[in-house]
Design a protein around this ligand. Structure first.
Ligand code: C2O
Ligand code: CU
Length: 500
């Protein structure tokens, strides 16, 4: 997921090899397009610093991105992380605060940080070759931006497939005026894990783009089990078609595998707010808590009309805030990977008792599993009523063999950026012409679904189309892309540039 992919990389780097292979694939599918200069292939230079306004609080943090060894709970992996944990350290501020985060890059590769979902100033968006120069190994870089909207967010690199390492951490923006109807709060970060288990995400990407037996081939579906999956919606049906490309060896909650899970504690009868973040690279999860119903109160930071459900789906890059009134005992909090084998699990403990077995699947997963797109916005989350001034198409295409994904007919770097005019209400028509579900994410803005639901990441099922409206009120050069990191890196990404 590297906006500067068309820039020639140092010949020795692994990414140069990967991208070289990718360019070949693009040429096969799109003969004649490969010589188009990338609009993103330019050096950016120094980032202008930001001065806090009068009375504005500044929240400062430093991060070290580095190789490390992690214990995922019975599984030891060499990986890359922010410090020595995955998820990395929680970053927390209040709406309106300025954040000042310094990243020390001790990785053997370029990196950046993208503040996923935050409507920030463009220069802090973390897209190499578009909003900043990549942070070179052994150097540091400071991000400064104001976080205007409360909610649950996260951050991760915007280079290659680094998201599929341990490089991610939650970012919470508190609402000083929120009533806070809960007694406790848990941050629940879901991830699909492969790094350091005998392969790396870069190698996975190479295999996928090589087209030979890496990950999953949707013909044979090694590791997939379409008929008899546990934890699916009623009748075993799930609405997402081919949900992922990679059969992960582990699924984790807060960096822990089911054998030695994270334990979330509170008292019986307490009302807990869970902020659930899907930091996975290729996995949609269905989430449930044994013995409990959950009330969904927000998605992607935006309040919704509360809905009580047995379980809910969460796509890569999506966030859901849910509230639960806790019973007395020990309960599994489970996330099952849609269309894949395996389970992610944490334990909820409000009293003594034995933990349920590792592979216990709560019956709630066979109940009502909420689709995020069925939520309705809280009144406060609605855009002002207005007809669109402009409509733009994002036509999503691609397939596994050869592994190639595109927006508007060409992979990123060859497709034509969408132009946005400041002040316009813009309707994006996102059409999925593939057999896979794609979580489409927009930088620097949020959008409204046809029913008004505000989001920044939305799952689009196979052969479905969705219209989303945004207000072009944050000038700069932005990105929209699939948050399947392998799809994004293979080209399912497009720039949205404000006309100057
Ligand atoms: Cu979380 Cu451009 O992505
Ligand atoms: Cu995708």
């Amino acid at each position: 997921m590297n906006a500067s992919r068309a820039i020639s990389q140092p010949a020795a780097s692994r990414r140069a090899f990967l991208l070289g292979g990718l360019a070949t694939a693009g040429t096969m599918v799109l003969a004649g397009c490969s010589n188009d200069p990338s609009p993103a292939a330019r050096p950016i230079g120094a980032t202008p610093s930001l001065t806090p306004s009068a009375g504005q609080r500044v929240v400062s943090q430093s991060l070290v991105a580095k190789p490390t060894t992690l214990d995922l709970g019975g599984v030891t992996v060499d990986t890359w992380a922010y410090g020595d944990t995955a998820p990395g350290p929680l970053l927390r501020a209040k709406a309106g605060d300025m954040l000042r985060v310094t990243v020390d890059n001790q990785l053997p590769d370029d990196t950046t940080i993208h503040w996923h979902g935050i409507r920030l100033r463009n220069v802090a968006d973390g897209v190499p070759g578009q909003t900043q120069d990549p942070i070179k190994p052994g150097t540091s870089y400071t991000y400064e931006f104001t976080a205007p909207d409360p909610g649950t967010y996260f951050f991760h690199p915007h280079v290659g497939v680094q998201l599929d390492r341990g490089l991610y951490a939650p970012l919470i923006i508190d609402d000083p005026s929120e009533p806070g109807r809960y007694d406790a709060e848990w941050v629940v970060v879901l991830d699909d894990w492969i790094d350091g288990t005998g392969t790396t995400p870069d190698e996975v990407f190479t295999k996928l783009t090589g087209g030979q037996g890496g990950g999953m081939d949707h013909g044979s579906m090694e590791g997939m089990d379409h008929g008899a999956m546990r934890g699916m919606a009623r009748d075993g049906a799930q609405p997402f078609g081919d949900a992922g490309d990679v059969a992960y060896p582990h699924y984790v909650i807060n960096g822990r595998a089911p054998a030695d899970p994270d334990v979330l504690r509170a008292k019986p009868g307490q009302r807990v707010r869970m902020r659930v973040i899907n930091a996975g690279s290729d996995t949609i999860f269905a989430v449930a808590m044994g013995g409990h119903q959950m009330t969904v109160t927000a998605t992607d930071g935006w309040p919704v009309e509360p809905v009580t459900t047995d379980a809910f789906y969460i796509g890569m890059g999506e966030r859901y805030d849910v509230e639960v009134t806790l019973d007395d005992g020990v309960f599994p909090l489970v996330a099952t990977p849609v269309g894949k084998k395996g389970i992610a699990r944490a334990l909820v403990r409000t009293g003594p008792g034995r933990a349920p077995a590792d592979d216990t699947t709560p019956r709630e997963l066979s109940g009502q599993v909420l689709m995020g797109t069925d939520l309705r916005p809280a009144e406060s989350s609605r855009l002002d009523p207005k007809d669109p001034d402009d409509q733009q198409m994002l036509h999503l295409s691609g397939q596994m063999q050869p592994y190639s994904w595109a927006v508007n007919g060409k992979p990123f770097g060859q497709n034509t950026p969408i132009s946005l005019t400041r002040g316009n209400r813009v309707r994006l028509r996102m059409m999925n012409m593939t057999t896979m579900t794609h979580p489409m994410h927009l930088h620097g803005h949020t959008f409204a679904l046809p029913n008004g639901l505000r989001k920044d990441t939305v799952l689009i099922a196979p052969m479905r189309s969705i219209d989303v409206d945004l207000d072009a009120d944050n000038p700069g050069d932005w990105m929209a892309h699939c948050h399947n990191i392998y799809h994004a890196e293979a080209g399912m990404m497009i720039a949205l540039n404000y006309v100057k």
